[in-house]
Write a protein that binds this ligand. Structure first.
Ligand code: PMP
Length: 354
């Protein structure tokens, strides 16, 4: 190794799901929303003037922050925005997980958490889920669980399993001395948010995204809601890295997405109905899974290995996600698409699962 290479920050990066270039594929591998963004988003995008790109965006993202604050009935000073929730979460790791004790998160969870911990040199401990893929709250406190912070998604990814509000509150009650982050990337698809706890627990940060429920993964908009103190600390770190994280287009389109609540609710309803139908169909085909409250189902087949199903589906140009990792290497994570797309998936499965 060259001398200069010894000075390099070496990391093993996160591997995002495939974004294949082929046409006419059924893409159920990255939990994208199958429906287009709200009509207002499309209209404002068409009306945008390229000339305005000369100007920097508002570094405080005030318009979007205000809109999110109104929607959730919190103060603007309780909202932070970023370039997708990945950006918000990375900032939160850097800001809040700055101690010596390990940060706790589930062993099976969003596979970016250990990557951020590594890149920011944060010690961490991964806590096993129970046999039903549930987070066990009491594993996050007590004698030998002194920690420097806690993070988990709710519903968890890639399992889709929801942690009930009482369980979240018990984690909060027992951890007043560290920041607890609930990553609610998928909460809109039928789980309960921890938002009601925001005023009671100054150390609770909730992170959400426009990528899934608002059909805007390509625009990269994420946000956090928490106490004014937490948001102030987050902003201090953000302004110490990059003041202009969000571009003008994202700021304008994000506002339009929030404004059209009827469209938002209609899409969620459609997606959840499709999910419940797919659950029944998958059961009929011999799949086993815990109940999912997200826009995906994490399923294993009673006799056919997941990897084989994954490869067969790929031959049919149907993409789902397979994680070759201990304990979950016999599962497929299947995102919920339109009813038509899910019909194609089920038909393909029926052909070779006979
Ligand atoms: N949290 C979880 C649990 C996720 O699955 C994802 C999607 N990969 C994200 C956060 C990040 O999503 P985004 O950056 O698109 O908001």
């Amino acid at each position: 190794m060259k001398e200069w290479e010894k000075l390099v920050r070496k990391v093993t990066p996160y591997v995002p799901g495939e974004q294949p270039n082929e046409r006419d594929i059924v893409k159920l591998n990255t939990n994208e929303n199958p429906y287009p963004p709200a009509p207002g988003v499309q209209r404002v995008l068409r009306e945008m003037k390229a000339d305005e790109l000369r100007l920097y965006p508002d570094p405080t993202a005030a318009g979007l922050v205000e809109c999110i604050a109104q929607y959730y009935q919190v103060k603007s000073s309780q909202v932070f925005t970023g370039v997708g929730s990945d950006d918000v979460l990375a900032m939160a790791f850097m800001t809040f997980f700055n101690g010596k004790d390990p940060v706790l998160f589930p062993e099976i969870t969003y596979s970016f958490y250990d990557v951020w911990a590594d890149v920011f040199r944060i010690p961490y401990q991964q806590i096993p889920l129970d046999e039903k893929f549930q987070i066990v709250p009491s594993d996050y406190f007590g004698e030998n669980r002194k920690n420097g912070g806690i993070i988990f998604p709710n519903p968890n990814a890639p399992t889709g399993v929801e942690l009930p509000q009482e369980a979240i509150e018990s984690i909060l009650l027992h951890n007043p001395d560290v920041v607890v982050i609930v990553d609610e990337a998928y909460v809109d698809f039928g789980a309960e948010s921890a938002l009601p706890f925001i005023d009671k627990y100054e150390n609770l940060l909730i992170v959400q995204t426009f990528s899934k429920s608002r059909s805007m993964a390509g625009m990269r908009i994420g946000y956090a809601i928490g106490s004014e103190k937490l948001i102030r600390y987050l902003n201090d770190v953000k302004y110490s890295v990059n003041s202009y994280t969000m571009n003008r287009t994202a700021l304008a389109l994000g506002i339009e997405a929030i404004k059209d609540d009827a469209y938002f609710k209609k899409n969620l309803k459609n997606l959840m109905e499709t999910r419940e139908w797919v659950k029944d169909e998958l059961k009929g085909l011999g799949f086993l899974f815990e109940d999912s409250k997200a826009n995906f189902i994490f399923a294993s087949h009673k006799s056919v290995p997941a990897k084989e199903i994954f490869e067969e589906l790929k031959k049919e140009h149907i993409y789902v996600r397979y994680f070759p990792k201990p304990r979950i290497d016999n599962y497929l994570r299947i995102s919920i698409g339109t009813r038509g797309e899910m019909g194609k998936l089920l038909n393909a499965m029926k052909k070779f699962l006979k």
